[in-house]
Design a protein around this ligand. Structure first.
Ligand code: GLN
Length: 277
């Protein structure tokens, strides 16, 4: 051996990430995925050399992360409510703020009798699967208009052994005549002209935007939900941080009572719901 320093080590890989503006935790997650070893090992062996193939694979992932691709798509997985879910660019990446919606729905779903709940626009299946896991006796239905999204959701259900009825449907389209105790949805709610969208170009547009004020889907859901709720049933909706007053007004106008808003972990008004009077 010539004693030449290793040109590429774990430490160097992490410092390259820093130079490219990729957060250290993201870089560690990518490297741990590429090398198939835990982060703790990486931290304890940051002088370990990287094989050529690993270097190339890491370089590619790092460049994609630096260009804004969500970490969840690069890893192919995202944790939501304690469940590891497969995700691809066909589905929105599940976000922590949506756990607020799940917690609210869980308070409304009885533990001691069967109740029916539907998740509209389920994407990866995140909300439906969290509910199915926490309320095994509930009847959980989930719809999405995207066939590729529904395939991912169903695969997530299989891998966790959770029973959900997955239906291809444009909102309530395939649910004629069916009524639920609780309807939940994290619909698209970003206004089509919102500057925030520039940071979200990798995710499906149909899961994000909904008309000039972002409220088209929510208006439709509020209008159509009463025909699909049992007496005194609840409709819970996620929305943008500045949309709570508008969503409250829509629910009140549609005849919902007990209208209230809940804040997410960041303290932002994030979900509004009401009970069919
Ligand atoms: N919460 C997401 C965001 O603003 C949007 C999700 C949605 O439109 N349902 O990044």
């Amino acid at each position: 051996m010539s004693g030449a320093p290793a040109v590429d080590t774990v430490a160097l890989a992490l410092s390259v990430a820093r130079q490219r503006g990729v957060p250290r935790l993201d870089a560690l997650a990518l490297l741990s995925d590429v090398l198939a070893c835990p982060r703790s090992w990486l931290l304890a062996h940051d002088d370990a050399p990287l094989a050529l193939a690993a270097r190339a694979r890491y370089g590619d992932l790092l460049a994609r992360r630096a260009a804004g691709e969500p970490l969840a798509y690069l890893l192919g997985t995202k944790e939501f409510f304690g469940l590891a879910l497969a995700v691809t660019p066909d589905v929105l990446v599940p976000r922590p703020e949506t756990e607020t919606l799940v917690e609210w729905a869980l308070e409304l779903l009885p533990v001691d009798r069967v109740a029916a709940v539907v998740d509209l626009g389920t994407g990866s299946g995140a909300i439906a699967l969290a509910l199915a896991q926490q309320r095994p006796q509930a009847r959980v239905i989930a719809i999405d208009s995207s066939a590729p999204a529904l395939a991912i959701a169903a695969a997530n259900g299989l891998s966790h052994g959770l029973a959900v009825e997955w239906l291809p449907s444009d909102w309530f389209g395939a649910l004629a005549g069916r009524r639920f105790d609780v309807i939940v949805s994290n619909p698209p709610y970003i206004a089509t002209g919102d500057a925030h969208l520039q940071a979200l170009t990798h995710e499906p547009r149909q899961a994000l935007t909904s008309g000039p004020d972002g409220l088209d889907a929510i208006r439709h859901l509020v209008g159509a939900a009463p025909a699909h709720l049992q007496a005194a049933g609840w409709l819970l909706l996620e929305h943008g941080h500045d949309q709570a007053p508008a969503v409250q007004a829509l629910l009140a106008d549609a005849g919902f009572g007990e209208v209230r808003t809940r804040r997410d972990l960041a303290g932002l008004p994030r979900c509004t719901g009401g009970r069919l009077a």
